[in-house]
Write a protein that binds this ligand. Structure first.
Ligand code: SAH
Ligand code: SF4
Length: 440
């Protein structure tokens, strides 16, 4: 989501004459687009700001360089940032970046100085997407498209409902228009984004609403759009319509990120996830019945308050049962203002770290086994760029595995059926298939 937001900020800034630089050393303005999800991510902002302050001191005698903090740390800690780093000029949340031209004009009016003190962290009523310019050509052949923002779920550990605000779905016409533009600009693959992307219920302009399943079916009609993905989904909102889209829409890739967080019903309830382990497994069974080659990835939190050894065993067990081929896993991080932060029985750091290592070892083994199991199979591979070795190209499998293959350079930007011949923990090697045909 932040990658997408940063690209949109770039779109907003281009008409003002701004261009990307390779680093902060040459920049007139530096925007830190920040993440507040865990404490570590938040703290990084302050160390990064210290670095920028020094660059500014050395380079910028006239104090012209603008330092801005955007994103969810800005949203959550706006005033604290101004207090801890008074030299910061602009602080604005994820709902405000379409106002960048106005903020920059204000900053210039404020003249040079020690921090221009511009703060924008409201959740404006108007749709920020209405005020953004059309997206500029995406890099590569795979594009992100944000269709939903915010969250009303209030998992007890999570800051997202506070930093990104209430759930909002973009109208269907806007999404379809942006998707068509992306495809015209060369995208073969679109990943639909949202904090709860499957809670999508976009206004169709005719008094109705489309679910994510309906939206995916309509997107699949766009000529030239070969691959559709969506992330991140909330298990309790996977409905039958979405499940049947997996059976009916060939462009929908057989790979789904469906975070379960934990495998113990006690912990899931304390997290306020709104589903049990059994219900989660039932959803997976239905999805696999619809699309037998479907593979799953997940997020995990270990060391949630009150998690005991048996709860943790349940998490390992659900990992074995589902066989997640990829995952993001973290030690629970207490976030100020969330209910879990003040729960009893916070788990000791050392215990949580040990559990994380055990969990990551298991996930790594499953990933390696899955990669090995791909050897001998043929997959459509979207060839994205040249590899490091001469004559080598790098692409992505339907399961997002990086795939290396010796192939002609003009295959870049095309999808080819390739035979997998080798596997590493994080990538695959492939060969061209005799008489292989171009898929797109
Ligand atoms: N909406 C998605 C998750 C978005 S947040 C969902 O419900 O699954 C991305 C991930 O960050 C979460 O899946 C969770 O694993 C992790 N996360 C969120 N808050 C956290 C916290 N306080 N400590 C550790 N990990 C956290
Ligand atoms: Fe956070 Fe996801 Fe829960 Fe929303 S559904 S509160 S984003 S973890």
């Amino acid at each position: 989501m932040n990658v997408y937001d940063s690209a949109r900020m770039e779109d907003v800034l281009k008409p003002l004459g701004y261009e990307m630089t390779d680093g902060p050393d040459q920049a007139n303005m530096v925007i830190l687009n920040t993440c507040h999800i865990r404490e570590k991510a938040s703290e990084k902002v302050y160390s990064e700001l210290g670095r920028l302050k020094n660059i500014k001191k050395v380079r910028d005698e006239n104090n012209e360089m603008i330092i801005a903090v955007a994103g969810c740390v800005a949203q959550a800690e706006g005033e604290e940032i101004s207090r801890r780093a008074p030299y910061v000029d602009m602080v604005f949340g994820p709902q405000s970046y379409h106002n960048l031209p106005e903020m920059i004009a204000k900053a210039h009016r404020a003249g040079d100085g020690k921090g221009r003190g511009i703060l924008m962290t409201e959740f404006p009523a108007e749709d920020k997407f209405d005020h953004l310019p059309d997206p500029v050509k995406p890099e590569g052949y795979s594009a992100f498209l944000s269709i939903q923002e915010g969250c009303d779920k209030f998992c007890t550990y999570c800051v997202v409902p506070y930093t990104r605000g209430a759930e909002y779905s973009r109208p269907t016409a806007h999404v379809l228009k942006e998707a068509r533009q992306l495809v015209e600009q060369g995208a073969l693959e679109i990943t639909l984004l949202g904090q709860n992307v499957n809670a999508y219920h976009g206004d169709d302009g005719q008094g109705g609403e489309w679910s994510l399943g309906r939206l995916i079916r309509e997107l699949a009609e766009i000529d030239g759009l070969e691959r559709i993905r969506y992330t991140t989904s909330y298990p309790a909102e996977v409905d039958d319509d979405l499940i049947s889209a997996h059976a009916e829409v060939p462009q929908l890739m057989p790979y789904l990120h469906l975070p379960v967080q934990a495998g113990s019903n006690r912990v899931l309830a304390a997290m306020n996830r709104n589903h049990t382990r059994e219900q989660y497994l039932e959803i997976i069974a239905k999805l696999k019945a619809a699309r037998p080659d479907l593979a799953l990835s997940s997020d995990f939190i270990v060391g949630f308050p009150g998690e005991n050894d048996r709860d943790f065993e349940d998490t390992l067990d659900i990992i074995r049962q589902v066989g997640f081929i990829q995952a993001f896993s973290f030690v629970y991080s207490a976030r100020p203002g969330t209910p879990a932060a003040t729960m009893d029985l916070q788990v000791e750091k050392a215990v949580a770290n040990e559990r994380l290592q055990i969990l990551q070892k298991l996930l790594g083994d499953i990933q390696t086994d899955f990669n090995q199991s791909c050897i001998g199979k043929e997959f459509p591979i979207l060839l994205e760029r040249e590899g490091r070795n001469p004559g080598q190209l790098v692409g992505r499998s339907p399961y997002m595995q990086p795939v290396h293959v010796d192939a002609p350079l003009d295959f870049v930007g095309q999808i080819h059926d390739l035979k997998i011949v080798s596997a590493r923990p994080n990538s695959l090697g492939a060969q061209l298939v005799d008489g292989e045909r171009k898929r797109a």
